[in-house]
Design a protein around this ligand. Structure first.
Ligand SMILES: NC(=O)c1ccc[n+]([C@@H]2O[C@H](COP(=O)([O-])OP(=O)(O)OC[C@H]3O[C@@H](n4cnc5c(N)ncnc54)[C@H](O)[C@@H]3O)[C@@H](O)[C@H]2O)c1
Length: 336
C-alpha cells in the first residue's frame, strides 16, 4: 500500500456530514476509505479518500473492503434519514439502518475491528422533558427513523459488553453549513432542512418556505432548534475516534451549539446574510415536532475537548450560502 497512514472506513462518506468528516480525517493522521451506495450521497463529494461503491446490505462487499483496506476503526454515517419517509415505509428504514448496521458489526467482528463512531441523533429522545437535553435524558423516539437509531445505540452497548467493541454514539442536533474552504456542502434531494430551503428561495430556486406552526410556547411562537456546523461535527468525529483509539470506552455524546434559534430567527438571519426578501408562508404545526430542542453538549466539551467554532447562526448560514452560490455557478461539477 502506498500510504502507511491508519485507514478509517467511513460508511456514508459520500453524504453531507461524511464527506466533511473525510476531509478532517485526511488532514489529521488518517486515510479515509468510503463505502457508500450513493442512494443519497454524491460521487463528487468523495474528495479525500478512496471510494468503494457498495451497500451495507451486501455483507460480502463489507468483508472485501475490510480485507483489502484493513481499517483500524469505522465511522458509520450510512443511513436513510427522512423522518416522514420512515413513517410511510418503516420496513425500508429498519432494513437499511438496522440490518445494514448489524451486517457491518458482524464484519467488524470477523475482521477484528473493534472501534466505531456512530451517527446517532437527537431524534432518539422524542419529546424532551428537560431543556437543554443531557445524554441521560430518557429516550422515547416518536418515529421509525429515531427508533432505528436507538436500536443501533443499544446494540452497540450490548456488543461492547459482550464482544469488547468500543463505540461513541454521537447524537447530532441539526447539522448545517458547509466547509468554507472546500467545494462540498449539503445537497439532499428532496431537501427538507430549513437553512438550505431558505437559501434556495434566496437563490430563486423555490418560491417560498413554509413555517410549520406559529403557536408554539416559545418567544415568537415558532419552533426552536439547535444548529451545529458540519465542520464542528466533523471535528467531534475525529476527537471521538482518537479517544477510542487512546483506550476510551463506549460512550454517548450530544453534539449541538448548546443554544437555540427559532424558525423566525433563522429566517431573519438568512435574509440578512443573503440580502434577499425570502417569502415565507404559514403552515400547520407538524405532529411530533417538539417546541424546543437544545443540546446540553457539556460531555463532549469536557471529555472529548470539543470546542465548536460556530456559535452564532449568521456565520454558519454564510458558509451554506457561499456553497450554494458556488454549486449553482459550477452546475456541471455537481450534476450526479
Ligand atoms: N443531517 C442532520 O442534520 C443529521 C442529524 C442527526 C443525525 N444525522 C445522521 O447522520 C448521518 C449522515 O447524515 P447526512 O445528513 O450526511 O445524510 P446523507 O444522506 O447526506 O448521507 C448518508 C449517506 O449514506 C449512504 N447510504 C445510505 N444507506 C446506505 C447503505 N445501505 N449502504 C451504503 N451507503 C448507504 C448514502 O448514499 C449517503 O451518502 C445519518 O446517519 C443521519 O441519520 C444527520
Amino acid at each position: 500500500m502506498s500510504d502507511s497512514k491508519p485507514v478509517v472506513l467511513v460508511t456514508g462518506g459520500a453524504g453531507y456530514i461524511g464527506s466533511h468528516t473525510c476531509k478532517t480525517l485526511k488532514r489529521a493522521r488518517y486515510r479515509p476509505v468510503v463505502l457508500d451506495n450513493l442512494s443519497t450521497g454524491h460521487r463528487w463529494a468523495v474528495k479525500w479518500g478512496t471510494f468503494v461503491k457498495g451497500d451495507l446490505l451486501m455483507p460480502e462487499v463489507i468483508d472485501r473492503v475490510m480485507i483489502e483496506h484493513q481499517p483500524i476503526a469505522v465511522i458509520h454515517f450510512a443511513a436513510l434519514a427522512y423522518v416522514g419517509e420512515s413513517v410511510r415505509d418503516p420496513q425500508r428504514y429498519y432494513r437499511n439502518n438496522v440490518v445494514g448496521t448489524l451486517n457491518l458489526l458482524d464484519s467488524m467482528r470477523r475482521h477484528k475491528v473493534d472501534k466505531m463512531v456512530f451517527s446517532s441523533t437527537c431524534a432518539t429522545y422524542g419529546e424532551p422533558r428537560l431543556i437543554p437535553i443531557p445524554e441521560a435524558h430518557p429516550q422515547f423516539p416518536i418515529n421509525p427513523y429515531g427508533r432505528t437509531k436507538l436500536v443501533v445505540e443499544q446494540a452497540l452497548r450490548d456488543y461492547g459488553s459482550a464482544y469488547g467493541l468500543k463505540s461513541a454514539s454521537l447524537r447530532y442536533f441539526n447539522a448545517a453549513g458547509a466547509d468554507p474552504q472546500g467545494d462540498i456542502g449539503e445537497l439532499h434531494e428532496p431537501e427538507t432542512h430549513l437553512i438550505p430551503r431558505l437559501l434556495e428561495v434566496a437563490a430563486g430556486l423555490r418560491e417560498n418556505v413554509t413555517v410549520f406552526g406559529q403557536d408554539y410556547d416559545t418567544e415568537d411562537g415558532t419552533c426552536i432548534r439547535d444548529y451545529i456546523h458540519v465542520n464542528d461535527l466533523a471535528q467531534a468525529h475525529l476527537l471521538a475516534l482518537e479517544t477510542l483509539d487512546g483506550g476510551g470506552g463506549t460512550q454517548t455524546y450530544n453534539l449541538g451549539m448548546g443554544r437555540g434559534y427559532s424558525v423566525r430567527q433563522v429566517i431573519d438571519a438568512a435574509r440578512k446574510v443573503t440580502g434577499k426578501e425570502i417569502p415565507v408562508v404559514d403552515g400547520a404545526a407538524r405532529p411530533g415536532d417538539p417546541p424546543k430542542l437544545i443540546a446540553d453538549a457539556t460531555r463532549a466539551r469536557n471529555r472529548l475537548r470539543w470546542e465548536p467554532e460556530y456559535l452564532e447562526i449568521e456565520p454558519l448560514i454564510e458558509t451554506a450560502w457561499q456553497w450554494l452560490q458556488h454549486r449553482l455557478k459550477h452546475k456541471e461539477k455537481y450534476a450526479d
